[in-house]
Design a protein around this ligand. Sequence first.
Ligand code: FMN
Length: 373
Amino acid sequence: MTRRMFSRYSLGGLSLPNRVVMAPMNRNRALEPQLAPAAMSAVYYAQRASAGLIIGEGTPVSLQARGCAGTPGIYNAAQVAGWRWVTDAVHRRGGRIFLQLWHVGRVGHCSLRADASPPVGPSTIGLQNDRVPVLDGNGEPVLVRCDPPRALRTEEIRAIVGDFARAAGNAIAAGFDGVEIHAANGYLFDQFRCPYLNDRADEYGGATRKRWRFLLETVAAVARAVGSERVGVRISPLGTAHEMQPDPAPLFTYGYLACRLDELRIAYLHVYDQSGSWIHDSQSDLLQQLRSCYSGTMILCGGFDAARAEAALRADSGDLIAFGKHFIANPDLVERLRIAAPLASWHSSTIYKGGANGYIDYPTLQQEALGTH
Ligand SMILES: Cc1cc2nc3c(=O)[nH]c(=O)nc-3n(C[C@H](O)[C@H](O)[C@H](O)COP(=O)(O)O)c2cc1C
């Protein structure tokens, strides 16, 4: 029986050799003070170029958008040049790569900006316990409580739409095949979606369509800047990361969004189930609602292995399957899935720090066999 995971797929103008997507994952290896990707990031991503598509890590679109130390940005010339090394390296290996564009909203800390400005959000409602990594006096990452956010003024929202469009243009100038707008995981757009956090009286708060307006205006602006076929959107329905509460009316909320994104003819909708549960159920109301409202490419993510990926593709729950953690320790994940080889385990101590260690030194099966790592 042919396996769908290893069949080709046409995504916009790109021909993907398989349905395995590398999910966006921050690894916090960027260099201060420019926050450009480190040279070894080109090695890291190129090692994983056999993925049908790589989605590069969450990348702040401005200084204000930052929420962690060590995340590379896409808003200055040094960052564009640094990312150019990455995209060239991936393309030389025959791969394809999008970049995830990110604004953390309220999930941040004053020390991440030279002017010590606070994080921003739809309202002044802050996080109770969540922590973010910042640098201590020795330049080492330490976790600190998020600072209370300030509510964005209406005109600032329009300026952030512009930041995303500019960042998307920078990403294309840096050689990316497209961009993914990060509307998942309790960050800025998810915060605006959330009726418990968004108490705004302007056109970006209130009814569902108003709470999604910020995201939809951003998607439209980014599509105008780089072409709709180069824009993906990631959501995490029912997610609770960063102290979010599940949406009170998910079928309506996400169905509405999926219909509007369908009209915008974007490259894909990327659906991440943080619980790794309903996404594996082809009868899930939510999954079926998304699939019926959105006719384009759907990427599914959250707790997939080879069997679950194949089952989801066969049930037509999605078109592509994104893997996160398995890509950390298995640069040749696609090959390992293809031949059902054992998967290596990742070391949690080096996920967000350690330089090259735990980043570019995980061997492929071939390197292991030849003893060349
Ligand atoms: C180290 C790490 C960093 C992550 N960074 C991001 C990110 O930058 N943007 C994002 O949308 N999700 C991020 N995620 C979530 C992953 O994209 C993915 O959704 C998650 O790991 C679930 O997939 P999995 O079960 O295959 O690991 C991250 C996850 C991990 C483990």
